[in-house]
Design a protein around this ligand. Structure first.
Ligand SMILES: [Zn+2]
Length: 126
């Protein structure tokens, strides 16, 4: 498996010097291992975010020739990514719904024994 380096700035303002140094460090670490370098925007705290900061940060990275691999991930959109993955697993039979409580699993010795695998439970109503 190849090395994956990550840089995850918060878009609270333009990239400051310390963050740039951190970005450089993780970039060169990843590249020295022939790995990938991914960028994830930590945009989970809207009141603290500065409009346009995310694109400003990305422009700064590009200006320093720090080219990320793949798509930039916006943390705020990750819920959708997870949901898509979960749906894929459910549809391909690699995952199933479970109605066990933490307490029940603990009572089984802390190891989930696939109790609900063959029950074909539907998605619970929220
Ligand atoms: Zn279960």
């Amino acid at each position: 498996m190849s090395y994956i380096g990550r840089f995850a700035p918060s878009p609270s303002g333009p990239l400051h010097f310390g963050s740039l140094v951190a970005a450089l460090g993780s970039y060169f670490q990843a590249k020295s291992q022939q790995g990938q370098w991914l960028v994830r925007i930590e945009d989970l705290d809207p009141p603290r975010e500065m409009p346009g900061a995310a694109s400003l940060i990305l422009e700064t990275l590009e200006a320093y020739q720090l080219h990320w691999d793949g798509e930039v991930v916006y943390q705020s959109q990750r819920h959708d990514l997870y949901q898509h993955q979960i749906e894929y697993w459910l549809q391909s039979g690699q995952a199933y719904y479970c109605q066990c409580t933490r307490k029940q699993i603990k009572a089984m010795g802390g190891f989930y024994q696939g109790t609900c695998r063959d029950l074909t439970l539907n998605q619970p109503d929220n």
